[in-house]
Design a protein around this ligand. Sequence first.
Ligand SMILES: NC(=O)C1=CN([C@@H]2O[C@H](COP(=O)(O)OP(=O)(O)OC[C@H]3O[C@@H](n4cnc5c(N)ncnc54)[C@H](O)[C@@H]3O)[C@@H](O)[C@H]2O)C=CC1
Ligand SMILES: O=C(O)CCC(=O)C(=O)O
Length: 419
Amino acid sequence: MSDEPPSTLNNMRTQMQRAQEYAQVTENVFTRLKHPERTLEVSLPVLRDDGTEDIFKGYRCQFSGARGPYKGGVRFHPSVSQDEVIALAGLMSSKTALVRLPYGGAKGGVVCNPKELSRDEIKRMTRRYMEGIRRMVGPKMDIPAPDMNTGPREMAWMMDTYSVYEGHTIPEVVTGKPIELGGTPGRIEATGRGVANITEQILNYYSRSPEDSTIAIQGFGNVGSWAGRLLAERGANVVATSDVTGGIYNPKGIDTHEVGELIESGGQIGDYDGDIERISNDELLRLDVDVLIPAAVSHVITADVAEDVRADIIVEAANGPTTPEADDVLAERDIPTVPDILANAGGVIVSYLEWVQNTQEYSWTLEEVNADLERRMTEAFEEMMDAYAEYETPDLRTAAYTLALDRQATAHEQRGLFP
Ligand SMILES: NC(=O)C1=CN([C@@H]2O[C@H](COP(=O)(O)OP(=O)(O)OC[C@H]3O[C@@H](n4cnc5c(N)ncnc54)[C@H](O)[C@@H]3O)[C@@H](O)[C@H]2O)C=CC1
Ligand SMILES: O=C(O)CCC(=O)C(=O)O
């Protein structure tokens, strides 16, 4: 096993490489598709509440714009690095292609621990970040959105900062905004709703259903908590979940709505005092459940963990949770893994619906948004399963990447970017 620190970018390139032999992509185009178009690094001077000033580092990577404006979230997390932001921007380019959105891919982030910053400090940092990247973004150029530790509040501050410089309000420069500022109903739950949809579909594909399934979810933030609540509504038994403070387990089931409310009121899993047994994040990944849903950080399912996984199916709600070495082990062990670029695409799909509403200055109902989301997820799932059968790829990820690569290569060729 290599001593190299895990590189999300190397992992993403290996995943693309594995699809190259099935996709209609020439070597020249493939080389282009593996490299980002540009990455900006910004230094953000932020006044702390005690009167001192700190410099935070931020990034925005635009990976590919061949299929449309760049699109992707912004995360605030200590693990943010240039390598990670580039890789996540690459994942976004494949994700938008796979679910047929008219976008390219981007990602941004600031290296910080928001848990150690006050609301005012986060606000000053967010506004500085938007000032730093504002020449690069725009409603027809690059449209940021939420990711880890960012949400409607941060999107509102980013939208306001951009609009102040432009001299008028431009809601469509970011998505995931509060509803009052042009956000769409359904965006907060969208990624979790997409995960619930895909989990139900993969279970149905194997002639099973949420009602007879137990689920373990690592990470109970925006994505994990909504996936958990919506799967429970579909009849599934969510038996375990976790956050950075550790995990909880009850084979009879966890009250996902109660835990969700605790998290939304600022609590942590470590504070939950229901009828549960405490487990570690590592133990959660090895539970004997029907479906394992990693919904937190990258690289958690390594080859070693994959050897011990007892779930029948994995659905990747997080970006990049499984290493390529782990993919090999899981394929060998016949454990299907629905890849991130499909499983968590509900967020960017509803971001697209928000952007469309903003550009048309019109608004849709929650029912319309949810129906459109479910339809797009279902179609993308069926296309991935058809590609899996047609190309006989070793796993679902390679099938998904084959479709994404083909569509990105076609865009390059049709635009005349290559002879
Ligand atoms: N928010 C969105 O719309 C989308 C998010 N994603 C991905 O989903 C994942 C989760 O994102 P969000 O729910 O938005 O973030 P969040 O910040 O709302 O929640 C993250 C959760 O992960 C937990 N966590 C953090 N570090 C951990 C660790 N080392 N071990 C175990 N748990 C840990 C946190 O305590 C929290 O429960 C990320 O990989 C993100 O890129 C993907 C698509 C869209
Ligand atoms: O909603 C969006 O535009 C992007 C969400 C995102 O960052 C992701 O899917 O990883």
